[in-house]
Write a protein that binds this ligand. Structure first.
Ligand code: PLP
Length: 354
């Protein structure tokens, strides 16, 4: 398939790298492609960024049949632009598609389209350390129909947003909240897919966490309300008595690419790392006996997010004196050095764009 390119006539002014924030500024162009049963995925095109006109009965708006991805393009010191394991995002998009009954996309074609779009928008990739161009591929169900079934037609689009440093004042531990009042996902559901409904379902608990002074929710499993699963948009790691532990992928946890990268690096460094079930009681017990060394989240947005405090019921625990731990810091440095090309890429994770 040939990608049709229509360039924008007027380019937008580019923002200052210093005040980018997250997710509110978009570049000049976007990628679009359509699906119908006769033609399959067709009409791939890069065109000026624009609103999508929709019938009010569009199925995505009513039944949330959609999937998305999130990855970043990084500018190296030499000025080139590169991606971090993008083939993993494309694969995961298709896995999410299967969970939502959406027709899969050719992975090589989608990755090439994404690279072509980023290459066209390369001047939008910011240069200040730890800034990047966030890439959001999305697929939405487009049949105008109110019956509940899978849509026959779809739109795939990719939009790009320059984003600021996640830690402009330096690496800062966050406070997280564990609750038994709400769950995010259950086994057999769509928890392991990146699909809008999971995020809508997390808002109320997130709101309550914020009202209590906590920035995110650390979810318990939806069946027994016992095992730790993940944080809002990050997977979670615990360092207990020198061993790194992350919840195993049981079907209700999003399989993070940062998570996978942390595990791979730990193995390469011969650190003790285990994927297994870990309960909130085990965590609180480890803190009580003084062997809980560190807790940190892992996801594309923040890369590594140290956790300094956890609240569960009436108990509040402070981890590592509320300071950034050595293990969290080691992964943060290693991952960002690879992503920004400041270090060798021993795993072959980098994909150059320009
Ligand atoms: C995207 C996401 C993650 C992290 O995945 P990465 O590929 O590392 O960015 C973790 N949990 C949820 C719920 C997510 O949506």
């Amino acid at each position: 398939m040939q990608i049709t390119i229509t360039k924008a006539e007027n380019l937008k002014p580019k923002p200052e790298d210093a005040n980018l924030g997250f997710g509110s500024i978009f570049t000049d162009h976007m990628f679009n492609m359509d699906y119908n049963p006769e033609k399959g995925w067709h009409n791939p095109r890069i065109e000026p960024y624009a609103a999508i006109e929709m019938d009010p009965a569009t199925m995505m708006l009513h039944y949330a049949q959609g999937v998305f991805e999130g990855l970043k393009a990084y500018r190296t010191r030499s000025g080139s632009v590169q991606l971090f394991r993008p083939e993993k995002n494309v694969k995961r998009l298709n896995r999410s598609c299967r969970a939502l009954c959406i027709p899969e996309v050719n992975e090589t074609f989608l990755l090439n389209s994404l690279k072509q779009l980023v290459a066209l928008e390369k001047d939008w990739v910011p240069s200040v350390p730890e800034t990047s161009l966030y890439i959001r591929p999305t697929i939405i169900a487009t049949d105008p129909f109110l019956g509940v079934r899978a849509s026959n037609t779809y739109r795939l689009f990719i939009i790009l947003s320059p984003v600021g440093a996640y830690y402009p004042e330096g690496f800062n531990p966050i406070k997280i909240w564990v609750t038994k009042d709400y769950v995010r996902a259950v086994r057999g559901g769509v928890g392991e897919a990146k699909t809008p409904g999971n995020y809508a379902a997390s808002l109320r608990a997130g709101d309550e966490a914020h009202k209590n002074g906590y920035s995110q929710v650390l979810w318990l499993d939806g069946v027994e309300l016992k095992y730790l699963e993940e944080v809002g948009s990050m997977n979670i790691f615990f360092v207990i008595d020198g061993e790194i532990i992350t919840p195993s992928l049981t079907g209700s946890i999003l399989p993070g690419i940062t998570r996978d990268s942390v595990i791979a690096l730990a193995k390469m460094w011969n650190m003790k790392i285990t994927e297994r079930k870990i309960s909130i009681d085990e965590l609180m017990g480890a803190h009580e006996t003084g062997i809980l060394n560190e807790v940190f989240g892992a996801g594309t947005a923040a890369v590594i997010s140290p956790v300094g405090e956890i609240k569960y019921g009436k108990k509040t625990i402070i981890i590592n004196n509320g300071k950034v731990g050595l293990v969290a810091n080691k992964f943060y440095t290693a991952l960002t050095d690879i992503q920004y090309g400041r270090a060798e890429d021993p795993m072959g994770w980098i994909v150059p764009v320009t």
